[in-house]
Ligand binder design. Sequence first.
Ligand SMILES: NC(=O)c1ccc[n+]([C@@H]2O[C@H](COP(=O)([O-])OP(=O)(O)OC[C@H]3O[C@@H](n4cnc5c(N)ncnc54)[C@H](O)[C@@H]3O)[C@@H](O)[C@H]2O)c1
Length: 294
Amino acid sequence: MFGSPTDRRTHAARAVVTGAGSGIGRAFAVELARRGGTVICADIDADRARETVALIEQGGAGSAHAVFCDVSRTEDIDALADLAEDHFGAPTSLMINNAGVGIGGRPVGEIGLEDWQWALGINLWGMVYGSEKFLPQLRRSGRAGLVNVASTAAFSAAPSMAAYNVGKAGVLALSETIAAESGGSDLAVTVLCPTFVKTNVAVDGRIAGGASQLAQTVMRWTGMSPEKVARTTLDAHDRGRLYVVPQPDARLIWAAKRHLPRTYTAGLGVLNRALPALDRLTSPTTPEPTRTGV
Ligand SMILES: NC(=O)c1ccc[n+]([C@@H]2O[C@H](COP(=O)([O-])OP(=O)(O)OC[C@H]3O[C@@H](n4cnc5c(N)ncnc54)[C@H](O)[C@@H]3O)[C@@H](O)[C@H]2O)c1
């Protein structure tokens, strides 16, 4: 259960949020400021990070500072950690490793090594660097927290999403290991595994044309709001929860994969073969896959 607000890690935190310029990261930053925190908003898009800071300043609670940081570059994460400790005048007390990109729409064998490296560089190595560099600071801080943003993709084995799935599975394993290493200490670890959340992830990433449209449509219809995801995750973190699987469909996928792994994977295969046929039936011409964004 919750203690008093002063006991809660997400209240009055000295927090760093990566990917804070949009979507879930922005919602984390705004919510942490609302809870009285001082927030470093780090993003590869510094203008978007500054927009988040402006939103926080309009809200009138907490305080925030925007920083450019490409999480796939160790030197940027080193600089972020140093800047955070200087800015706070104390070690960071809450690290939210959130920055990530969407990639999908092609099966293994057609993804290309450049796309694998790009996606894993951000989605996996970014979180490895963020954890490796910030953990000593978090441990020095006393009562501290680490939140890593994975995805249901970590265990759902969705076809045509291997580069995304592999990165997120790594983030899940990384978070579970840090939690085991931190047992009995003052460091709490949480890993977030949502399905669809209404953000820019399917627009800005490298998702083949048809798959990007499909993801955006499903996201629009079924996606949870990033604000609700952020609040739910921070509250669960305060309760000491390791796993946050916020949506019923995510929990269903997790249960099916754990209890009926062979049936689950076989079912996915059938669905994967049926979908293109369904698509041909419902659309007069199937467009050639095109890249969205970079
Ligand atoms: N939206 C979903 O449906 C969903 C579902 C599961 C998991 N996630 C995960 O949530 C996290 C946040 O994504 P989102 O949905 O809010 O997407 P988003 O695209 O709205 O926001 C991602 C932010 O990360 C930033 N970013 C991208 N590359 C970066 C880099 N190299 N260094 C620093 N910042 C970088 C972007 O500029 C952007 O501001 C990601 O890790 C994503 O994989 C999203």
